[in-house]
Design a protein around this ligand. Structure first.
Ligand code: GDP
Length: 197
């Protein structure tokens, strides 16, 4: 898919102000600092579409971007920032769950995972939550340029193995880098295929 246009539409702190659910929607989520904003910018080939975080975990907004006038890319607030208070975390949970569980035009959630790390409980728990609710998701392993292919594949293997405790099959995954755009075209191709269905 060629990105002809990428337009910021709105930021919301409440799910009742989201754009009308008339277009297919793809959400991106992960731990604060996982590289979500950088990946969104790499995918759309726009340097500053999503704001890369100076203060991780601070923005608790759902950001909608309209891509090529025919689908929404949704930037969800990151989870698991250590300095966020317990109250903030609980608020995050309620807000995001409401979005994930009720958004009727949501086609797929892309869960971003840092490819440098061994499986983290918070990421696994989030995948389980999606699985329990039957929300389609795929995995995006980020920052691949920061380590060797062997090491990233090793961590991916461990992550998928951990998921197998709960899932019959592992979801599709992409190994990506915002620096080199590794994996970006594959993600856009998947979105295009789903949109054409
Ligand atoms: P977010 O909090 O998940 O939106 O994370 P950001 O996109 O702001 O990225 C967090 C930090 O990781 C920033 O310093 C980025 O420059 C860096 N980063 C993100 N993606 C990559 C990547 O693919 N490769 C490298 N080398 N650095 C990255």
């Amino acid at each position: 898919m060629v990105i002809k246009s990428a337009e910021f539409i709105c930021s919301n702190t409440k799910t009742d102000k989201l754009p009308n659910p008339t277009l297919p929607e793809y959400a991106f989520i992960g731990r604060s600092n996982v590289g979500k904003s950088s990946l969104i910018n790499a995918l759309t080939q726009r340097k500053h579409l999503a704001k890369t975080s100076q203060t991780p975990g601070k923005t608790q907004l759902i950001n909608h971007f309209l891509i090529n006038g025919d689908w929404y890319l949704v930037d969800l607030p990151g989870y698991g920032y250590a300095k966020t208070s317990r109250t903030n975390r609980a608020e995050w949970g309620k807000f995001i769950k409401k979005y994930l569980f009720t958004r009727e035009n949501l086609q797929c959630v892309f869960v971003l995972v840092d490819s440098r790390l061994t499986p983290q409980k918070i990421d696994l728990d989030f995948c389980c939550l999606l699985g329990e609710k039957g929300i389609p998701f795929q995995l995006i392993f980020t920052k691949a340029d920061k380590l060797s292919r062997v090491k990233s594949e090793h961590n991916i293997g461990l992550f998928c193995q951990s998921l197998m405790q709960w899932f019959e099959e592992t979801p599709p995954y992409y190994l990506t880098s915002a620096e080199t755009r590794l994996g970006c075209d594959e993600i856009l191709t998947l979105i295009n295929e789903v949109n054409l269905k």
